[in-house]
Design a protein. Structure first.
Lengths: 112, 117
């Protein structure tokens, strides 16, 4: 089976840095995604890692260690609009158009 | 980026009736689309993979006769919830990868909120 674990909730202060962890145990691995989802809206893509290491994109960075089955999403200079749910997803299919399994999401609340 | 639309945005129907939800890729062709459902404060649960020109692949526990999927063209997939019951009330979201772009992520539609009374 597929198992993806993330903390349920996190709280941080505006301007701070927060790290959201994700661990996974899946049958097959073909990339890990992070999506942001605001309440009542569809998820939007944040980052993608398929090789070990850090991917940086503006205020957002994502790290992957395949041997440890571990990833994290790092958000810097937090803004109020960053309050949302953050979903970790693992693509298990060999096909690059294959399905992904989603974690339960981490609800981040940014306080002033 | 690629755009995926869904229609309707929200729908209220009576128990026992059927509801059709459309998912369209507006500026790219999607041979594969995914259908998810999401309950409040929960994550996305994959229901099925829709394949253009062939039968959909359903996830374990999802009734294929209840959730009918048709992917008749490269830009349109439909999900029909048949004989809907209140427990089918949920947020239904579709997504599609844009193979032609070479990008790995899925593009999500805005979702359809279904309420069955």
């Amino acid at each position: 089976g597929q198992n993806i674990d993330q903390p349920t909730e996190m709280t941080a202060t505006e301007g701070a840095i927060v790290q959201i962890n994700c661990t996974y145990q899946t049958s097959g691995f073909n990339g890990l995604f992070w999506y942001q989802q605001h309440a009542g809206e569809a998820p939007t893509f944040l980052s993608y890692n398929v090789l070990d290491g850090l991917e940086e994109k503006g205020r957002f960075s994502s790290f992957l260690s395949r041997s440890k089955g571990y990833s994290y999403l790092l958000l810097k200079e937090l803004q109020m609009k960053d309050s949302a749910s953050y979903l970790c997803a693992v693509r298990t299919s060999k096909s690059n158009a294959g399905k992904s399994t989603f974690g339960d999401g981490t609800t981040l609340t940014v306080k002033p | 980026g690629a755009v995926v639309s869904q229609h309707p945005s929200w729908v209220i129907c009576k128990s026992g009736t059927s509801v059709k939800i459309e998912c369209r890729s507006l500026d790219f062709q999607a041979t594969t689309m995914f259908w998810y459902r999401q309950f409040p404060k929960q994550s996305l649960m994959l229901m099925a993979t829709s394949n253009e020109g062939s039968k959909a692949t359903y996830e374990q526990g999802v009734e294929k006769d209840k959730f009918l999927i048709n992917h008749a063209s490269l830009t349109l997939s439909t999900l029909t919830v048949t004989s809907a019951h209140p427990e089918d009330s949920s947020f239904y979201i579709c997504s599609a990868p844009n193979r032609g772009s070479g990008r790995p992520e899925q593009y999500f539609g805005p979702g359809t909120r279904l309420t069955v009374t």
